[in-house]
Design a protein around this ligand. Structure first.
Ligand SMILES: Cc1cc2nc3c(=O)[nH]c(=O)nc-3n(C[C@H](O)[C@H](O)[C@H](O)COP(=O)(O)O)c2cc1C
Length: 396
């Protein structure tokens, strides 16, 4: 297997020079600009540790030439384990499996990264077994429909301190296990997004009200990670640049937010869109067309000095090349395209575009809408229903 050495097909950069130009993010050097965004797949063992199936899933993408892989999402708090077989990073029992996972990704020339999550109000009590936590006791209109016992509680200052510490301790575990980047998940309506947004944060104390106060928990987490880990880790923050809900965040709001995040120590901004009430923005369907959110990333890039990653229905390196070379973003995340064909980067780099197994854009991978227990793909034979399922022997 070619690695990213001088002269290999991956480093020639002839076909897609912008995509294959190197980039420094914090202390990390990326060999190309294609990222695998965090995708919760529910392939972990039941205790949240890394299974063989999870390892196979990510190593295939690393073998395929992706520049950086966000594993996870990984749960930072034991009161927010919102799915069976979701990856966890809330205790040291997760470290051995993560060590193997990050080692195998790095060995293949890709940068191992992990996304850190607390689900906040976007979960159900029936699964977590705990009160759902949120900045304000406002039920999630989507999740509250699913659970008659749905109950969300406004976080106390003690709760906030504990969750802040959970994120920081999780980042330390990630780095101990070999991750080079951690991503603070402040997008898609989960807990940190709920704090950031006037749509879901009605607090009147130090964590609500002005933009700085709504951003405070996130900036404290970034500062805490930086203080404890120094330059051993690069920090990405994922945001929904437009929540697509009335009264929610829109691009101009990020002028101040990005400044605050950068001052706190953010190294990269990962720009997605949507919350559960605007679910179609999180994993955009065919009806929204190609790359519907690139302009949101480019608007936020105007406010940023750190590299910015764009995402959303970007299915070819040709599109990625045009986004990066036109300066709309510095990196491009391709999720479903790499789920459908983990070799898309390598195949494109060597001019074998016709051999790429294309994403069908059917969104059957969105297991939370299909009712499946885990992610399946309708075109990747390794991830089809008949080769997956809860009894899959590869889950150990
Ligand atoms: C099965 C699946 C799981 C996802 N899980 C996460 C997640 O855990 N965290 C996250 O930030 N985004 C998650 N996403 C969103 C993706 O990271 C990505 O932003 C989205 O799929 C759009 O990119 P794409 O068009 O390249 O697939 C998920 C998407 C899919 C399809």
């Amino acid at each position: 297997m070619d690695n990213f050495n001088e002269g290999s097909e991956m480093s020639s950069g002839k076909r897609y020079p912008a995509v294959f130009s190197t980039l420094n993010v914090g202390q990390i050097k990326l060999h190309n600009r294609i990222v695998f965004p965090a995708c919760q797949v529910n392939y972990a063992n039941t205790d949240g540790t890394v299974s063989d199936k999870l390892l196979d899933f990510y190593t295939a993408i690393a073998d395929g030439g992706c520049g950086m892989i966000f594993t996870g999402t990984a749960v930072v708090s034991s009161d927010s384990v919102a799915f069976d077989r979701v990856m966890r990073i809330d205790s040291d029992h997760c470290i051995p499996g993560l060590k193997k996972l990050f080692y195998e990704i790095e060995k293949r020339g890709s940068v191992p990264a992990v996304q850190l999550i607390h689900y906040g109000r976007q979960a159900v009590n029936a699964v977590t077994g705990f009160d759902l936590l949120a900045p304000s006791a406002i039920p999630c209109p989507v999740m509250s429909e699913f659970d008659p016992n749905y109950h969300v509680r406004e976080m106390t200052i003690n709760d906030i301190g504990r969750v802040r510490s959970d994120f920081i301790e999780a980042a330390i575990r990630a780095v101990d296990a070999g991750a080079k980047m951690v991503e603070v998940h402040a997008a898609h309506g989960y807990l940190l997004n709920e704090f950031l947004s006037p749509y879901s944060n009605y607090r009147t104390d130090a964590y609500g009200g002005s933009t700085g106060r709504r951003a405070r928990l996130i900036t404290e987490i970034i500062e805490g990670i930086r203080t404890r880990l120094g330059s051993r880790v690069a920090i990405s923050v994922r945001v929904s640049g437009n929540e697509f809900v009335d009264g929610g965040l829109t691009p101009p709001d990020f002028k101040e937010i990005i400044l605050l995040f950068e001052r706190a120590g953010m190294d990269m901004l990962n720009v997605s869109a949507g919350v559960y009430e605007s679910m179609e923005r999180i994993v955009p369907p065919v009806t929204l067309g190609d790359a519907p959110h690139v302009n949101i990333a480019s608007e936020l890039k105007e406010f940023a000095t750190v590299p910015v990653c764009a995402v959303g229905s970007i299915f070819s390196l040709e599109t990625a090349e045009s986004i990066i070379s036109s300066g709309k973003a510095d990196l491009v995340a391709m999720g479903r395209a790499q789920v459908a064909d983990p070799e898309i980067v390598r195949k494109s780099a060597s001019g074998r575009e016709t051999a790429i197994r294309k994403c069908a854009w059917c969104n059957e991978c969105t297991f939370w809408t299909t009712g499946d227990p885990q992610m399946y793909c309708s075109v990747n034979p390794a991830l089809k229903r008949e080769n997956g399922g809860e009894s899959n022997e590869k889950i150990t």
